[in-house]
Design a protein around this ligand. Structure first.
Ligand SMILES: [Cu+2]
Length: 127
């Protein structure tokens, strides 16, 4: 009987944290506008390289680093800088664009010899 109780407690100690992490991550990212993959330019660059969002609607982007070097993400015209995004990690940026236009985004961490090419465009469209 003691072995069964110990096994159940160990099982619960393993499963409950995993379920809590999954529920937390789902709640945190359920309202994403889009996800950007960050890869060094020779491995595919940002994907997608162009995003289109409507004006005056909240934008929530997840930038996921899927390669083995650190990347960064910034939209200078919007005053957004997510800082460094380490391998396997992601950053979330949220903002509400007030006027239509095209805003450049780019990597802010020196990730390869082609780092300066790692950029894209956020298009904010009129309603
Ligand atoms: Cu870079």
């Amino acid at each position: 009987m003691k072995i069964i109780i110990t096994a159940v407690i160990l099982l619960l100690c393993t499963i409950i944290p995993i379920i809590a992490i999954i529920v937390h991550e789902n709640a945190r990212t359920s309202d994403l506008t889009a996800e950007l993959l960050a890869r060094a330019p020779e491995r595919g660059d940002f994907w997608p390289r162009k995003l289109s969002v409507p004006v005056v609607e909240k934008v929530k982007l997840r930038i996921r680093n899927v390669v083995t070097v650190t990347h960064g993400f910034a939209i200078p015209a919007r005053g957004i800088n997510a800082g460094e995004i380490k391998t396997g990690h992601y950053a979330i940026v949220e903002f509400t664009p007030e006027k239509p236009g095209e805003y450049d985004f780019y990597c802010t961490a020196w990730c390869s010899e082609f780092h300066l090419q790692m950029r894209g465009v956020l298009e904010v469209t009129a309603r």
